[in-house]
Design a protein. Structure first.
Length: 255
């Protein structure tokens, strides 16, 4: 299917659970640029009774438009709005009042941005959530702003830009700088501290910032934050079964 977002139609998939429903629904958000799509998790979620919506942000993987982090944040809101439309909820046999955001890497960043802006989102799970603004600020603490932007640009380019259109590594790095500190994970604590949050980390170097976010949630009084560390790589290559089991267990607590 296609999901409209600000004049473009994003390429999307819907995994509809068996039975009449209505089913709770996960919006599954991919990272940068989106090589790991976690669609094995989508199938497992569907088997457990969840609908799953997956889409490619504008300007990524053939979806029309230009890619940017700001656009992608807006795209998440567009996907939520699409699922809440009564005709779409009926067609997909989903319950629009039970939407959960689950994201990997940059998708975790997008999930947190989306949940913090929408109090009706039931919960958010971040799998190796990438606090890219926090990483940029860390680079700036050790070098000049110009040097930090250059390093961030090189890092983004190294992830692979071929599936993305309408953007450059330099432009994306500047965008992160321009939106700091509003996009940093700690700035979202107050907005999500009363909802279930699942923070999954691995040995990919992202754990320190994610752990700091979990600790900040607890200090703010969040009793529904859960954490899991799996000793594996960024794609959870040899821990897919464990990852799926953990996410499904957490989703049961959100229902």
């Amino acid at each position: 299917m296609q999901i409209p977002s600000h004049g473009s139609l994003m390429n999307a998939l819907a995994y509809v659970a068996g039975g009449a429903g209505p089913h709770p629904v996960v919006i599954l958000l991919h990272g940068f640029p989106g090589n790991e799509r976690n669609l094995d998790l989508a199938q497992d979620m569907r088997r457990a009774g969840w609908d799953v919506a997956y889409f490619n942000y504008r300007g990524s993987w053939g979806s029309p438009g230009g890619f940017s982090f700001s656009h992608s944040i807006d795209d998440v809101a567009s996907a939520v709005a699409y699922l809440r439309e009564p005709e779409n909820a009926k067609r997909l046999r989903l319950d629009p009042s039970r939407i959960v955001l689950v994201g990997h890497s940059m998708g975790g960043f997008m999930a947190l941005q989306g949940a913090s802006a929408d109090p009706a989102i039931r919960g958010v799970a971040m799998i190796s959530g990438a606090d890219m603004v926090g990483e940029l600020e860390h680079l700036q603490s050790k070098a000049s702003r110009a040097a930090a932007l250059s390093q961030m640009s090189v890092s983004l380019a190294g992830e692979g830009m071929a599936p993305l259109s309408g953007c450059t590594p330099d432009g994306l790095a500047r965008e992160l700088s321009e939106h700091a500190p509003a996009w940093r994970f700690p700035s979202k604590v107050g907005a999500v501290k009363d909802r279930p949050v699942f923070v999954v980390t691995s040995d990919d170097g992202l754990a320190p910032l994610d752990d700091a976010f979990s600790n900040a949630l607890r200090q703010a009084g969040d009793t529904r934050v859960s954490e899991l560390h799996l000793a594996t790589d960024h794609a959870y290559s040899d821990k897919r079964t464990e990852l799926s089991h953990a996410v499904l267990q957490w989703l049961e607590t959100v229902k």
